[in-house]
Design a protein around this ligand. Structure first.
Ligand code: MN
Length: 251
């Protein structure tokens, strides 16, 4: 993360929930049913919902009109007064205006600084912090390029879907032959993110290793909160009155 200062969004009082890596598939399964239930219950009682990337396992363009039930549930949540924000993940980095219109979720840049209870907190999907995975970082640079994205989106929908399926298979193969340590965050990249943005707390997902890490940076106490994935169970972070709590939702 080399940006001097991350973009900022205004703060909100009250109860904020954070999720990431829900990885909703084209086929509605147990994760989708549980996420819809989460939106109707826990999230409906919050003031703000932050989705920190990889809500969807893949997103080949807003014109695919996929995941209607989830988009409708998010729109209902927004209509009910819950402010919903979404960041791009490494799988759904093509979420755009059509997604915003149908879901009511405001798309935020990654990284972004949010003010929570008067504290500046850095929110990011987390893949940019995994700098030891050189092959992935090369791919990330390519697919986040605006002209690459324009070319990809100009392809027929069926072709894009085919390419996305191939990319997922390639990603699975890469993950299975790469050491877990390589796919975790890089300590220096985390330190650089804390220093560049002058925050004392970072919240991210992507690594699927939910935890609260209390660390020291330049003599300051800092905290890195990692959100969990929704493959085997639901997982979210709750913030209220200065307290952060990671919660698992058994399936
Ligand atoms: Mn991810």
């Amino acid at each position: 993360m080399t940006r001097e200062a991350a973009a900022a969004v205004p703060g909100f009082p009250g109860r904020c929930l954070f999720v990431s890596d829900v990885h909703l598939d084209a086929v509605a399964g147990a994760a989708e049913a549980q996420f819809l239930q989460f939106l109707r219950t826990e999230a409906a009682g919050a003031d703000v919902l932050y989705i920190l990337g990889d809500l969807f396992e893949s997103w080949v363009g807003d014109d695919a009109h996929s995941h209607g039930a989830v988009l409708e549930a998010l729109a209902a949540l927004s209509a009910g007064g819950v402010t919903c924000f979404a960041l791009h993940g490494n799988r759904d980095f093509l979420l755009a205006e059509g997604f915003r219109e149908r879901s009511g979720c405001r798309l935020l840049p990654d990284p972004v600084v949010a003010e929570l209870g008067g504290e500046r907190v850095l929110l990011t999907h987390g893949d940019a912090l995994c700098t030891d995975d050189h092959a992935y970082q090369e791919l990330r640079t390519i697919v986040r390029d605006a002209s690459w994205q324009r070319r990809f989106l100009s392809l027929p929908l069926a072709t894009r879907q085919l390419l996305a399926d191939e990319a997922r298979a390639g990603s699975r193969a890469h993950t299975s032959r790469t050491q877990p340590r390589i796919m975790d965050v890089n300590v220096a990249a985390v330190g650089a993110a804390f220093r560049a943005t002058r925050v004392r707390r970072i919240i991210h997902g992507h690594t699927h290793r939910p935890a609260l890490h209390d660390e020291q940076i330049d003599g300051h106490r800092v905290q890195r909160i990692v959100l969990g994935a929704w493959y085997e169970q639901g997982s979210y972070l709750s913030y209220q009155d200065g307290r952060y709590e990671l919660r698992a939702l058994p399936r």
